[in-house]
Design a protein around this ligand. Structure first.
Ligand code: ACO
Length: 437
């Protein structure tokens, strides 16, 4: 498996910068990426001056060079390995896109057939996982179940790390994630687990495992399977976001791929990240319960003294419409029409968006719908339970996490991730015994 960190094609030193600290001036090199993004390389700063940079939330910090995903947040562009996501969502499949992310090029027919065959034949989970899941509460959220199960896979596959074992782990992870997700759902219902079917494609198999029961025949609706596959493609990578940075950071300690992905799933669960898709639908439901008028909710989101935020709105990188949200807004209506489903929540979403696009609070801060704003309405129409929305996101994001993990490990500049800090605590003091406290 190759993973070129495209350091060669990113021209180094198109210009230089310098930083003056007191009497000292330090020349710094400037690096430019293949799409013209520029960075000042501060690698020598601390060694040469004793200073570090302070950038809470890493809004200005490039942690790596990467040849996987390009985002232009101002123009609303997202490409995987150079291919616009709209084209991939329209014409590719999730497993083909996964291959593209991990290998850098689209697969040949033979490569894709082999990969799909490999994934299809590794979908079963060791039977011990039935007992493992049984030990967890019925009302457990499926995200920690997935994180725990993926972490626990490392106890079944303990071979030393090699190119061959990593390749095997990748197939196991991609193959078993839908099974884990479906088992977590069946566990919450108290229903028997449904085994995977090797004659079904990736997304159809997930739907089968989630919704089939042993007591009645079940047919997967191809419209539902196609819509889910498209959602997976749209979520497949998003450069150095919170969960991906987590996967890289954990993997940088030489923790294995199972452990790194398990950490990524945990990071994705948070409501400011992937967990927002569940919170968006809960927000729409709350608005619907309150009579359908979103104004009161919007007023709370704008109030600086109220922690409420408009879920599914805003993004660290996009200062224009999130291209995934644009795609999903269109496909939302199409999916609902094709499934002949009407959902009041879509009207609420569109009404909410219309108001915010004219409201100076949102306009001035460049807050637009993000990927989570419309995805939940589609998941609902597909029959996915609300607390499994973020699990669907995790299945989609898995190949991106893997691609980034491989790239990090193959990077010639690889080092353990270890940020610095500015200490603001107490200065040295002496321990006082209990009697003098
Ligand atoms: N609703 C109301 N106000 C918002 C929102 C929002 N959703 N998002 C940002 N703002 C406001 C902030 O209050 C801040 O206002 P101020 O300048 O008056 O203080 C300003 O916009 C900038 O916000 P930051 O918090 O600095 O933006 P940041 O880049 O740190 O956060 C984030 C990005 C976390 C996505 C934020 O927009 C948010 O909380 N959105 C809601 C949660 C969400 O939808 N998350 C999913 C993101 S997509 C993904 O991870 C898959």
């Amino acid at each position: 498996m190759t993973s070129p960190v495209d350091a060669e094609s990113a021209a180094s030193d198109p210009e230089t910068a310098e930083i003056r600290l007191g009497e000292k001036t330090l020349p710094l090199s400037v690096t430019e990426g293949t799409e013209g993004e520029r960075a000042v390389d501060i690698g020598a700063l601390r060694k040469d001056t004793g200073y570090i940079t302070l950038d809470p939330g890493f809004g200005n910090t490039g942690a790596c060079r990467s040849a996987i995903t390009f985002i232009d947040g101002e123009k609303g562009i997202l490409r995987y390995r150079g291919y616009p996501i709209e084209e991939l969502a329209e014409h590719s499949t999730f497993l083909e896109t996964a291959w593209l992310l991990m290998h850098g090029e689209l697969p040949s027919k033979m490569e894709l057939d082999d990969f799909v065959g490999d994934v299809t034949s590794h979908t079963m989970l060791n039977e011990s996982f039935r007992k493992f899941m049984d030990a967890l509460p019925r009302d457990a959220h499926p995200m920690p179940i997935c994180a725990a199960t993926v972490g626990a896979l490392a106890t079944f596959y303990q071979q030393p790390e090699s190119e061959q074992s990593i390749r095997q782990t990748i197939v196991q992870l991609i193959a078993k994630m839908p099974t884990i997700a479906a088992y977590a759902y069946k566990h919450s219902l108290g229903q028997p687990f449904i085994y995977p079917r090797n004659d079904l494609d990736y997304s159809s198999n997930l739907i089968h495992m989630m919704f089939a029961t042993p007591c009645a025949p079940f047919e997967v609706d191809p419209v539902v399977a196609k819509a889910l596959d498209q959602l997976f493609i749209l979520h497949a990578d998003h450069e150095q976001n919170c969960s991906t940075s987590t996967v890289r950071l954990v993997g940088s300690s030489m923790a294995n791929l199972f452990a790194s992905i398990s950490a990524g799933i945990s990071a994705l669960w948070g409501s400011l990240h992937g967990g927002a898709n569940q919170k968006v639908v809960e927000m729409f439901e709350a608005i619907e319960k309150g009579g359908g008028d979103p104004e009161a909710y919007i007023a709370r989101a704008k109030d600086p003294n109220d922690p409420t935020r408009l879920m599914g709105f805003g993004h660290r990188v996009y200062k224009n419409y999130d291209p995934r949200a644009a795609f999903l807004k269109d496909s939302c209506r199409q999916v609902l029409d094709r499934l002949d489903v009407s959902d009041k929540l879509l009207e609420i979403a569109q009404g909410l968006e219309e108001i915010t696009l004219k409201d100076p609070y949102f306009v001035d801060r460049k807050l637009y719908p993000n990927v989570d704003f419309y995805s939940g309405v589609i998941y609902r129409a597909l029959g996915i339970p609300v607390d499994a929305f973020t699990v669907m996101f995790a299945i989609g994001r898995l190949p991106g996490w893997i691609a980034q993990w491989i790239e990090m490990r193959n990077d010639p500049a690889f080092r353990i991730g270890r940020p610095r800090q500015i200490y603001t605590g107490a200065n040295q003091r002496s321990y006082e015994g209990m009697s003098s406290r």
